[in-house]
Design a protein around this ligand. Sequence first.
Ligand code: UD1
Ligand code: UDP
Length: 372
Amino acid sequence: MRRLLFIFGTRPEAIKLCPVVLYLRKHAPEFDVRVCVTAQHRGLLDQVLAAFEIRPDVDLDVMLPGQTLFQSTSRILAGLEAVLADQQPSMVFVQGDTTTTFCGALGAFYRQIPVGHVEAGLRTGDMLEPFPEEMNRVLTTRLAALHFAATGGAAQNLIGEGIDPATISVTGNTCIDAVLHVRDGLENGTMVSRDWPELDPNKKLLLVTAHRRESFGEGFEQICLALAALAHRPDVQIVYPVHPNPNVQGPVNRHLCDLANVHLIEPQSYVPFVDLMRRAHILITDSGGVQEEGPSLGKPILVMRDKTERPEAVEAGTVKLVGTDRNRIVSEAVRLLEDSEAYQSMARVHNPYGDGHASRRILDATRSFFNK
Ligand code: UD1
Ligand code: UDP
């Protein structure tokens, strides 16, 4: 039996690969589907594994507090050598653009194992934004044998770089499989969130997440000042699950911990976080995944970045890039709070990033690869 090894390590990779693992285990009995987590993230990863009830076959447990790129890269690559020798997979699957993604693809390449890259073809065209993810994307593309692009635009990016179109499939993004599954579960009562005693039903909820490396320092100072200014409005409440990275925790706690109307909470498990997104009036974020999930839930999204590799929702008008300038973040949020026409034009349900069936298309393309 052919063995497929899924390698992942951070929260977004887990949210985007766990649905694929579960789908393949259910629908593809010809494959032995194994999971190796690097645990580049520890707590954030374990939350997702618990939510999807997946027990890894291998856990490298590499995370160090405040880890540098050198530390995570070398620890992951060193750990994978023995795993790949031991597991002898027929194909390795990686997702996205993290250090784990790049090291998983590089390790597989060193052993001449074909790599399937999920969420292939995202590009901003700027190697420093997002950093180091844009470089990880480009390098992973060169290392991969099969490219699962979420959108036609991402597939075109790959073709433009000379990737053989026969190796590219447009699948949709697997996080749409995840978010629609949870949305439906919350709506039909088969999934439960948690209680939100901190939420005031009479105030509009601004849901915030932020963690990008290129915003560390001045960018985060500006983001925090913008949120503090918005928190003065009596009609809003801000809920911010704070990423555990010390570069994020520092400024966020310094600027926002004692403000009324601001609820700094722990990173949420996936089901309660989707519930929070459903309850939100506006999503304010720099997250890739939240930018993709928000349109499926019909939420306006202000993206605190200058460039995005996900242009589809910007073009459709439901995502707006607002950068990390304090005044711009405040003015764009106030506009959505006060101008109902502007709000309605951004609050539309649409699915530019997928229809919830990406896992099936990934299986189809994988089967064709082995049947050739
Ligand atoms: C990483 C990815 C980024 C992705 C993000 C998703 C890289 C270079 N960066 O960034 O692409 O968008 O994850 O969240 O791969 N920490 C904990 N517990 C956790 C997770 C992190 O304490 O569960 C803290 C640790 O101190 C850790 C630090 O956060 O050293 C940074 O983690 P790291 O994975 O290096 O970078 P992120 O900023 O999380
Ligand atoms: N998310 C979550 N709990 C939270 C915040 C985010 O489950 O408290 C989910 C979110 O729905 C999305 C993913 O985490 O699927 C995004 O992860 P992150 O922002 O860490 O990384 P990025 O997508 O920017 O790479």
